[in-house]
Design a protein around this ligand. Structure first.
Ligand code: C5P
Length: 210
C-alpha cells in the first residue's frame, strides 16, 4: 500500500525573521511514517519544520507554510491508498508578509490574519481523493463531539481524537492517549508511546481496505 502522512507544525511568515507557529513537535506523524514503513508500506511524509530524523526508507518532502503543505498534498495524493493528516496546520496566517523586518514602535500593533487552506477538508471535495482518510482532532474541550463533527464534515473514515489540555500527552511529548472515532465506534487507546499508538492507528486504518 502507499501511505501519505503529514506531520509537524507549519510556519506562517510575518516578516523575513518572524513567523506564527505552534507547539507541535511532529513526533506523532514521524511515528506514523515509521510504523507504516515498518509494516512494509511505501510512505510519503510531508512535514513542516521539526528537529526529528526522517524514518529510514520514507520519501520525504519538507514544507514551511500551510500553503506549501496544501500544494504538496494536492500533488502527492494521487495513487495513495491511506492518507493520515496529523500535521498541526496553522489555521490563520498574516494577510500580508512584510518585505523588511518590522521595526518596533510605541503602543499597540495590530496583525491582520486570514484563514489558511483546509488541507483535510480539500481531500475529498477538491483533490478527488478516494482512499482511506484519517484526520486528527486536537482539542481542549468537547473532544469526542468535535471529533465526530469533523469526521462527517471532512469525509474522513477515522478521526484520532487527542485531548491536548492534559499534561504529559500530545503536543511536544513522547507519549499519547487517543480515541479512534469512526462512524460506528469509539476505540480508546490508553496512554502509551507514540510509536505504539502509531502502529495501532496504521493497523486500524488498513481495516477500511477490504
Ligand atoms: O479543524 P482542525 O484544524 O482541528 O482539524 C485538524 C485536522 O485537520 C488534522 O488532521 C490536521 O492535519 C488537518 N488540518 C488540515 N489543514 C488545515 C488545518 C487542519 O489538513 N488547514
Amino acid at each position: 500500500m502507499r501511505f501519505l502522512i503529514t506531520a509537524g507544525p507549519t510556519r506562517e511568515a510575518i516578516d523575513p525573521v518572524r513567523f506564527l507557529s505552534n507547539r507541535s513537535s511532529g513526533r506523532m506523524g514521524y511515528a506514523l511514517a515509521g510504523a507504516a514503513r515498518h509494516e512494509g508500506h511505501e510512505v510519503c511524509l510531508i512535514s513542516g519544520p521539526t528537529s526529528l530524523d526522517v524514518p529510514e526508507g520514507v520519501d520525504f518532502l519538507q514544507v514551511e507554510s500551510a500553503k506549501d503543505m496544501y500544494e504538496a498534498v494536492r500533488d502527492m495524493q494521487r495513487g495513495v491508498q491511506v492518507a493520515i493528516l496529523s500535521a498541526a496546520v496553522a489555521d490563520y496566517r498574516p494577510v500580508a508578509v512584510a518585505m523588511q523586518k518590522i521595526k518596533k514602535d510605541e503602543g499597540e500593533m495590530v496583525l491582520r490574519l486570514e484563514r489558511t487552506p483546509d488541507i483535510l477538508g480539500s481531500m475529498r471535495s477538491e483533490f478527488g481523493y478516494g482512499g482511506v482518510l484519517v484526520g486528527f482532532a486536537a482539542e481542549t474541550q468537547n473532544l469526542l463531539e468535535n471529533a465526530r463533527k469533523k469526521l462527517e464534515r471532512k469525509g474522513c473514515d477515522m478521526i484520532v481524537a487527542n485531548d491536548v489540555s492534559r499534561p504529559g500527552i500530545g503536543f511536544d511529548s513522547s507519549m499519547n492517549e487517543v480515541t479512534l472515532v469512526t462512524k460506528d465506534e469509539e476505540l480508546h487507546l490508553s496512554k502509551d508511546t507514540k510509536e505504539h499508538i502509531a502502529l495501532a492507528i496504521v493497523r486500524r486504518a488498513l481495516e477500511f481496505i477490504s
